[in-house]
Design a protein around this ligand. Structure first.
Ligand code: SF4
Length: 473
């Protein structure tokens, strides 16, 4: 997916920009970059691949060289950024987080209108999406109008930071699927995707932007440019899986929301007479919900797997799915004493394809586990995300829930039938859950409802996006 960070300072912005961007490293594994505006020399930019080396080591020498008081940086899972743009709106640096489903159509339209050319072609991805956003912005006569125009033209989602010589425009996507938060300290303001990114740099939270809101920030303050719109669909998966435990979205902390979800899963199991020796979480994103489950149920929490962190940085994430599965397997090391002859209840953030969870459970049985009960911290994933570029994004038919529906239906079902299976109150849904359980050889399996997820993230159901579970837009 990716994340971004921008700083406007009365002094040098470089160190805050460097560390603030680095605190987004959990959101992407492809490229990282920074662009800084210097009053004397103009813009300076550096972009590096972070597939095998972390952002900090790759951008360290650029940070030592750069000078300036206004800058933006990003971690990107898709195209190289930030980009430097010369336009009728002036020179600026731009970085984006989002997804454009109608990219080909927008590119063809821009080319047909005769006012555009695209210089940043990424191998096998074609036109750089951030350059396309800049081209759309430049169709209008002010940057804020241009941002709104771009967002309205895009099928998908788009949050944007634009650094000019005077300050930074920060814009959240039209329905607030991803966060943008403004931080402040005595001599600087920042705009950040993640709210934890600026805390150790001395900033406090000034405000979280609403859906579609656009502001302009300088070192002296914040100037509203476009007000927020009422419709909100914050991505619920940010709390469940993607967000770092220290982040807050809509003012609600990720770790605490995962704890609450685990508590609710335990309450659901209260009358089921399930006896287990330990509750464990699949690291890292299943751990907080497992702790919540253990605390609420009174069953001891244990770590039957430990992640080998010294030589497997988060950033080593091959693009190839088979290799990713292999890496995920190699990172986790099992502890025989906590597995052999034990009944375990494992909590994971979600079950998407089912491959990793299936292999994990096979391994536990091979290692002598008696029973393996599984509790994902979100409902069955039924639809691939069409709004954000998650590295976990997948075609619908790769999802284990969909494969089970095909088996139960004896063929590919209509959209209406898939909706029936997505509805947790139907017998079809129960049959699908049972088929997933059988296929992956879990002793028991139960999921939280969407309503439980909404309660755990403390945001009303109609203000969070639940499309990947419900198909509702
Ligand atoms: S479809 Fe799922 S992953 Fe995508 S924005 Fe909505 S909740 Fe998030």
């Amino acid at each position: 997916m990716g994340g971004f960070f921008g700083v406007v300072s009365k002094g040098s912005c470089i160190m805050d920009l460097f560390f603030g961007t680095d605190y987004h490293s959990h959101l992407g594994t492809y490229v990282g970059g920074m662009a800084v505006c210097n009053e004397e020399t103009g813009f300076d930019r550096s972009i590096h691949r972070i597939t095998n080396k972390q952002f900090r080591s790759q951008l360290e020498s650029a940070a030592a060289r750069m000078k300036g008081s206004i800058g933006i940086g990003c971690i990107s899972d898709t195209d190289p950024q930030p980009l430097l743009v010369c336009s009728r709106l002036g020179n600026y640096a731009i970085t984006t987080v989002g997804r454009i489903n109608n990219k080909d159509e927008l590119v063809q339209k821009a080319l047909a209108d005769g006012h555009a050319q695209f210089l940043e072609l990424s191998s096998n991805r074609g036109v750089n999406e951030t350059e396309l956003v800049a081209s759309l912005i430049n169709e209008k006569t002010t940057i804020e109008e241009g941002i709104r125009h771009a967002q309205e033209m895009i099928d998908g989602s788009m949050s944007v930071l634009i650094a000019t010589k005077d300050g930074i425009y920060a814009a959240r996507d039209l329905v607030g699927r991803t966060p943008v938060v403004i931080g402040m300290k005595e001599d600087a303001l920042c705009a950040s995707f993640e709210s934890h990114a600026y805390l150790n740099l001395g900033y406090h939270t000034l405000k979280e932007l609403g859906p579609a809101e656009v502001v302009f920030i300088t070192a002296d303050g914040i100037e509203p440019k476009l007000p927020p719109l009422p419709k909100k669909r914050m991505c619920a998966f940010m709390w469940t899986y993607y967000g770092y435990p220290t982040a807050n979205y809509e003012g609600v902390n990720v770790e605490a929301s995962r704890n609450r979800c685990g508590q609710m899963l335990a309450e659901n199991d209260k009358d089921k007479n399930i006896r287990v020796d330990y509750v464990g979480g699949i690291p890292d994103s299943g751990t907080a919900a497992a702790i919540g489950y253990a605390n609420a149920s009174g069953v001891p929490f244990a770590r039957p797997f430990i992640k080998y962190t010294p030589t497997w940085p988060r950033s080593f994430m091959p693009q190839n799915q088979n290799m990713r599965n292999q890496v995920a397997h190699m990172k986790l090391i099992a502890i025989d004493e906590l597995i052999r002859d034990k009944s375990l209840l494992l909590v994971d953030d979600s079950i998407v394809r089912g491959t990793q969870m299936g292999e994990t459970v096979d391994f536990l049985y091979e290692s002598g586990a008696r029973e393996v009960h599984v509790r994902p911290a979100c409902p069955p994933v039924m639809y691939g995300c069409k709004y954000l570029n998650f590295s976990r994004s997948t075609s619908d038919m790769d999802l284990i829930a969909r494969r089970c529906i095909v088996e139960l239906e004896g063929g590919v079902p209509s959209d209406e039938r898939v909706h029936v299976y997505a509805d947790a109150s139907t017998p079809e849904h129960a049959a699908m859950v049972e088929r997933i359980r059988e296929k992956l050889k879990f002793t028991t399996l139960s999921y939280p409802s969407v309503e439980m997820v909404s309660r755990s993230v403390q945001v009303p159901e109609d203000e969070i996006c639940t499309y990947c579970w419900t198909g509702r837009e």
